[in-house]
Design a binder for this molecule. Structure first.
Ligand SMILES: *[C@@H]1O[C@H](CO)[C@@H](O)[C@H](O)[C@H]1NC(C)=O
Ligand SMILES: *[C@@H]1O[C@H](CO)[C@@H](O)[C@H](O)[C@H]1NC(C)=O
Ligand SMILES: *[C@@H]1O[C@H](CO)[C@@H](O)[C@H](O)[C@H]1NC(C)=O
Length: 905
């Protein structure tokens, strides 16, 4: 009876009845100890033969299997427990159990259906399995089976998750708590990353005990990590019967990122876009720290918070603005407005923090409203840099006790005052805090939340969390894909991108009718508007994937499902109406059933083949909320092969379709003029306005005119609007024919001609649909117009035309125009080649037409042979719209109509 009383008292104490007396505190551990000893004796009768973990990471998609083989060595029936931890947010997708050769398999069902089936069976007294959530980063999956003596039993659990990039590394965490010594123990982690592995590291997270036992073999794109401690190595001490394996096995790695823009991976009808640009200047931030200093923070928590805050304040950058708010039942501000993070201000803030003595209640509502007021006011007064990122960081360890107490009202108030202008990040310390609430208000306001333990490591964990958001590199990031080829794209616009994280976007892609997938990402960086393009062959990964027997051929599909389900869970959380919530629930349920995963709306039924024994794996609470840190998304700039182009065989004009991050020079019509005698390519751009008509060829001798009209891109880049040819007009005066080609159609003007006349005019127009038009005039002349189509609703580019004029064209000596003038080749002399500002772009002096010009070596693209990627052509680039190389000024080539001859000079 005394044991029973003690037991009840202990339970009361641990359940938080704070009137428990001192001596219970003293007695409870003793009691638990002796109780545990009893357990240990029992446990010894359960043999763990083998404990195996296998993980395969295919491009961030980790499939993990945990397998345990056990036997009941006792002389009576007993419970055998398989209790493992699965990372929060991972999806359990399979569980099998083998009891003395009888196999139990699992199926995913809608939750209430699974429960009904189970309760019908349970009435017959069968065993049960449950997935129980716990409050930390992990969730338990626990199965308990009562088996007779001598029973051999094997458990196998499979789960999948997407590994997120945090603080510049991917971290794969495997919980290793076998509970007892295992005869065979083995952890195998295989990593397959098509982008290539930068490094693979296994920190000593299981303790020094296991130094030197892990082996890592790393290749260019693959790695294998193996951890196989013998039974002797598992023992806590040479004579101990308990295991030292108790903690997390962690593998860290990062991938290569050759292109600033990231990586587009296409496989099996899905695409995944990984975006993690580096080497960008940080955006300035406006940050308000809101710190709970209520009585419950007293002691270690406050000490650790002060330590963390001092380090965090020291890391603010000179361009940042900040202030501090501390609150209990009252709200105090260190400064009533934002101040610059100068060394003096930072020192003062640190002193202020140091003097805080926690006491009193918790008024979260008032504190957050004060913080948003300060930010809103600074914004209204124009004190915030337009390129800056504003955020509030809340640190709290408890629920509101003063002021507004209703959580939904606080959430509404905060949302209303933040108005989607700032981000709110929440740190919940310890277990008294309603972490779900913190997570809800954070995801509701473009932020994220994290729970930390409130122990000795609090300070380090706070700093780690802060470091994830301390370096905003981009804002207003928008991912675009051709709408006609992709569907079901996951979240594609993001408020911020933080250094060290990764953004991931996924979608379905119709590869049947597509050779290449293109994407454009636009974003605001510290000193520029960026436009980043990616172009990928849809079959590029096929060969690589076929060759690797470990790679998961479904990785793209699973990553897409992972992102989609997590996104819907987040949307459901903040859905404004019950009807919408029901709709989202329905979609999540369908996805869970289609992809065979356990989510908050499904449960797993575990049955033997006879279907007379049934177990239920269910998840009682804890909807996994939203996407987590770093808002994962990605994109890449294409890795064009740097093929040196063959020289063009004639005089030509070609236009590059897209500009890249690295191309800072003009993106206007690129002229490539090939000079056959000196065998050189000379390039120049024309900087003109949309609507302008430029004369290309004007030959009164043969009566031929070719003009091109410019159109603008949809969006200016670095304040400059790119222009392209949208319309090209041909006038063959001697034949009385006008031809207009635009990106939509070809029109013959002066249609009084019959087909016969047309034929007798010996003019042939051959059209390759959606590709090119060739106009041939007798044997003397031909012109080719190439169509460059961009996808519908492309954010920047428009459809445009390129024109190519071969050298054999017999133009008369009177020919003029931007291209026509080069029918008679000028003398060009290039000398004094020297290094330029950029090593790959040497400079030289060019003498032409009596002018001395500085020219730069560069590459331009010729799209005749490869209409998608183009072929690089080396040329000497003439600056200032071709000044000195062309006769006169480029404005002399502007004409009033699509069929105008150039005025005589
Ligand atoms: C679950 O795992 C078992 C054993 O590995 C396998 O035979 C079965 O096909 C798996 N089921 C599913 C749906 O993946
Ligand atoms: C729910 O989904 C149905 C069908 O998909 C749609 O017609 C309806 O408008 C949706 N309701 C809401 C509130 O979104
Ligand atoms: C232009 O079209 C013809 C067919 O009319 C085709 O053979 C040729 O390859 C096309 N050229 C380019 C550059 O697309």
């Amino acid at each position: 009876i005394s044991i029973l009383v003690l037991y009840i008292l202990c339970c009361l104490y641990y359940k938080g009845v704070d009137t428990a007396l001192e001596y219970i505190l003293y007695l409870c551990p003793k009691f638990i100890e002796s109780f545990c000893q009893l357990q240990v004796e029992d446990d010894d009768k359960i043999g763990l033969y083998s404990y195996k973990v296998q993980s395969t990471i295919t491009s961030r998609l980790a499939n993990t299997m945990i397998q345990a083989k056990m036997v009941n060595n006792a002389k009576r029936s007993q419970h055998i427990v398989f209790d493992v931890q699965v990372p929060k947010g991972a999806f359990i997708d399979n569980f099998t159990m083998d009891v003395n050769g009888i196999t139990f398999t699992s199926s995913i069902r809608e939750k209430s259906e699974a429960r009904r089936m189970y309760s019908q069976a349970k009435a017959k007294g069968k065993a049960a399995g449950i997935v129980r959530s716990n409050a930390l980063d992990m969730e338990n999956f626990k199965t308990e089976v009562n088996v007779p003596p001598g029973t051999r039993i094997q458990f196998e659990l499979h789960y999948q998750e997407m590994i997120r990039r945090k603080l510049s590394s991917y971290e794969h965490v495997i919980s290793m708590k076998p509970g007892r010594l295992a005869k065979h123990m083995e952890v195998d982690v295989r990593i397959i990353e098509p982008q290539g592995l930068r490094y693979v590291h296994v920190p000593n997270s299981l303790g020094d005990h296991f130094n030197g036992i892990t082996t890592i073999s790393k290749g260019e794109k693959k790695a294998h990590v193996s951890f196989k401690p013998t039974m002797a190595q598992q023992r806590k001490c040479p004579t101990c019967s308990s295991t030292a394996v108790d903690g997390n096995f962690v593998v860290q790695y990062d991938v290569n990122r050759e292109n600033t823009g990231g990586e587009l991976e296409i496989f099996n009808g899905y695409f995944i876009h990984f975006f993690a640009p580096e080497n960008l200047d940080p955006l300035p931030k406006n940050i308000l720290f809101v710190i709970d200093v209520s009585g419950s923070m007293w002691g270690l928590k406050m000490k650790q918070t002060i330590e963390a805050m001092k380090a965090i304040l020291s890391e603010l950058r000179a361009a940042d603005q900040f202030s501090l708010i501390d609150f209990n039942h009252n709200v105090r501000c260190w400064r009533d407005n934002l101040v610059s993070a100068t060394p003096v201000q930072v020192e003062d803030a640190k002193k202020y923090i140091q003097t805080i003595h926690p006491n009193g209640g918790t008024n979260i509502n008032e504190a957050l409203l004060r913080a948003t007021f300060i930010l809103n006011e600074a914004q209204n007064l124009g004190m915030l840099d337009p390129n800056s990122v504003s955020m509030i960081v809340l640190v709290s360890d408890g629920d509101p006790t003063v002021g507004e107490l209703k959580l939904t009202t606080i959430q509404k108030n905060v949302k209303q005052s933040i108005k989607d202008e700032f981000s709110l990040f929440c740190l919940g310390i310890g277990f008294d805090v309603d972490y779900d609430f913190l997570q809800r208000i954070a995801t509701d306001n473009r932020g994220m939340a994290q729970r930390i333990f409130g122990n000795q490591e609090t300070s380090a964990q706070m700093k780690k969390f802060y470091n994830q958001v301390s370096t905003p590199l981009l804002k207003k990031i928008q991912f675009n894909y051709p709408q006609e080829s992709v569907s079901d794209v996951t979240q594609s616009s993001f408020h911020n991108y933080f250094g060290g994280s990764e953004i991931v976007v996924a979608g379905k892609v119709d590869t049947e009718n597509l050779q290449h997938l293109e994407s454009i990402v636009t974003a605001t960086a510290a000193n520029a508007e960026l436009v980043m393009e990616t172009l990928r062959d849809v079959e590029e990964l096929d060969g690589f994937m076929k060759k690797d027997k470990y790679a998961d051929p479904e990785f793209t599909k699973k990553l897409w499902a992972y992102l989609t389900v997590n996104q819907m869970l987040a949307e459901r959380n903040t859905a404004p109406t019950a009807a919408l919530k029901r709709n989202i629930t329905k979609s999540i349920l369908q996805m869970s059933l289609d992809h065979h995963i356990v989510t908050p709306f499904t449960a797993m039924l575990i049955e033997n083949s006879e279907k007379d024994e049934i177990m239920l794996a269910d998840q009682p609470k804890d909807p996994r909320r939203g996407c987590c840190s770093g808002q994962c998304l990605s994109l890449s700039v294409p890795s064009y092969t740097n093929q040196l182009g063959k020289p063009l065989t004639g005089i030509g004009l070609l236009i590059t379709p897209l500009s890249f991050l690295c191309v800072s020079v003009d993106n206007d019509p690129h002229f490539i003029i090939y000079l056959p005698k000196s065998q050189r390519n000379i390039c120049f751009n024309i900087n003109s306005e949309p609507g302008d008509i430029l004369n290309l060829v004007s030959d009164r001798g043969t009566g031929v005119v070719v003009n091109g009209q410019l159109i603008g891109a949809k969006k200016a880049e670095n304040k400059k609007l790119d222009t392209y040819f949208g319309k090209i007009g041909f006038y063959f005066k001697n034949k009385g024919l006008k031809v207009e080609i635009n990106t939509e159609k070809i029109t013959l003007k002066d249609g009084s001609y019959s087909i016969l006349c047309f034929l007798s005019a010996r003019l042939l127009i051959s059209v390759k649909k959606e590709s090119n038009v060739t106009i041939t005039v007798g044997e003397e002349m031909s012109f080719m117009v190439l169509l460059h189509r961009v996808w519908k609703n492309h954010p920047v580019n428009v459809d445009f035309l390129g024109i190519y004029i071969p050298p054999e064209n017999q133009l008369s000596p009177e020919a003029h125009g931007l291209i026509g003038q080069f029918a008679s080749e000028p003398e060009v002399y290039i000398h004094h080649q020297r290094p330029g500002q950029i090593p790959e772009k040497p400079q030289a002096t060019m003498e032409v037409k009596g002018n001395k010009l500085t020219v730069t070596r560069g590459l331009q693209k010729d799209y005749r042979t490869d209409r998608v990627y183009g072929t690089n052509v080396q040329c000497w680039f003439v600056h200032n719209s071709g000044k000195g190389f062309i006769d006169g000024h480029y404005k002399d080539y502007l004409v009033p109509h699509l069929y105008s001859f150039l005025k005589k000079p």
